[in-house]
Write a protein that binds this ligand. Structure first.
Ligand code: F6P
Length: 360
């Protein structure tokens, strides 16, 4: 019988509980014991664990968040951190660890693996910025939430003839902005990968006004910045244990610029943590479940140092190095599709369209 530890690290996201449930249920075929490590790597430093049984994961599939808690703790931040992790793994008799997380959590998993600890990874993040996998779970739920918000903002923007700037998460990748912007029919999408020219943005918005469309929706990723600016806008200077600052605030700066340059009433909606909360979509539940089952198979085959991954419609595994070596930024073919819609939309047929409808 094996004893497996499972933890969730970094920002929470919908689908974490679905992975935990799948890990527990899939391990039952081998009679393994699953130990929940509380609050990410912090639980291995503090020795804070809980037994996870068939009963304890019952009913958690549709639940957002994580029943074992999470944190942004980095055990390699202080020299004692790793020692405590190693001692507790021995003390609890863990044969392997399933680390569910994004690049920070999985970079710790990789370091532990390099120090001889049997670890496998499961890719999580609403940002979809992890390499080695086509998609992470949590992303589909986030884009569904943002798309619904953009739909709702359309009706109020149109009624008041306003520009509404919607700021979304994603850190240094514009996946959430691009995909939900296309799905929601945004009139401008600004992402970290492509620094923006404010004059060009206003030109596109003006074109809509000139064609009689007296409102616009601008989606901006929190990590977007104007051409020439070296720094992204942050909420404060504080850094987490992995050295990240909290992004956010570009929406307000952008809205001010648009209002001043265009003289059109402009409002800002910052969607924030709403994008990460609540129940996962069916797509994320399925992906998370497949990932959890595949993680148990990796352990069964003693394929440590790997992360389960989605390639096309198949679940495979890739080395953890591949997942954390570089940020997966937005596919430019996709972003170029979104650009075809910028500055478009009119309230009347064009002259040639009118002639055409008279003829037929
Ligand atoms: O990585 C997920 C994410 O939601 C980012 O999109 C965002 O920048 C960050 O986490 C917010 O972190 P926190 O949970 O510290 O507010």
């Amino acid at each position: 019988m094996k004893k497996i530890g499972v933890l969730t690290g970094g920002g929470d996201c919908p689908g974490l509980n679905a992975v935990i449930r799948a890990v527990v249920r899939a391990s039952m075929q081998y009679d393994w014991e699953i130990i929940g490590i509380k609050n990410g790597w912090k639980g291995l430093i503090d020795g804070d664990i809980v037994l996870l049984t068939d009963y304890s994961v019952s009913g958690i599939l549709p639940k957002g968040g994580t029943i074992i808690g999470t944190s942004r703790t980095n055990p390699f931040k202080n020299p004692e951190g790793f020692q405590k992790v190693e001692d507790n793994i021995k003390k609890f008799g863990l044969d392997a660890i399933v680390a569910i997380g994004g690049d920070d959590t999985l970079s710790v998993a990789l370091k532990l693996y390099q120090k001889g600890i049997p670890v496998v990874g499961v890719p999580k993040t609403i940002d979809n910025d992890l390499s080695g996998t086509d998609y992470t779970f949590g992303f589909d739920t986030a884009i569904s939430i943002v798309t619904e918000a953009i739909d709702r903002l359309h009706t109020t923007a149109e009624s008041h003839h306003r520009v509404i700037v919607v700021e979304v998460m994603g850190r240094h990748a514009g996946w959430i902005a691009t995909v939900s912007g296309i799905a929601g029919g945004a009139d401008e999408i600004l992402i970290p990968e492509v620094p923006f020219d404010i004059e060009e943005v206003c030109k596109n918005l003006r074109a809509r006004y000139e064609h009689g469309k007296k409102f616009s929706i601008v989606v901006v990723a929190e990590g977007a910045k104007p051409i020439g600016d070296k720094m992204v806008i942050t909420q404060n200077d504080e850094k987490d244990e992995f050295g990240h600052v909290r992004l956010g605030g570009i929406g307000h700066t952008l809205a001010r610029e648009i209002e001043n340059r265009m003289n059109v009433e402009t409002r800002v909606t910052i969607l924030g943590h709403v994008q990460r909360g609540g129940t996962p979509t069916a797509h994320d539940r399925l992906l998370a479940t497949r990932f959890g089952v595949a993680a148990i198979e990796l352990i069964k085959n003693e394929e440590y140092g790997k992360m389960v991954a989605l390639h096309g419609d198949k679940i495979l595994s890739v080395p953890l190095e591949e997942a954390v070596s570089k940020l997966k930024t937005v596919n430019m073919d996709l972003y170029n599709i979104s650009k075809l819609f910028f500055g478009k939309g009119r309230v009347e047929h064009k002259k040639d369209e009118k002639q055409f409808s008279k003829l037929y």
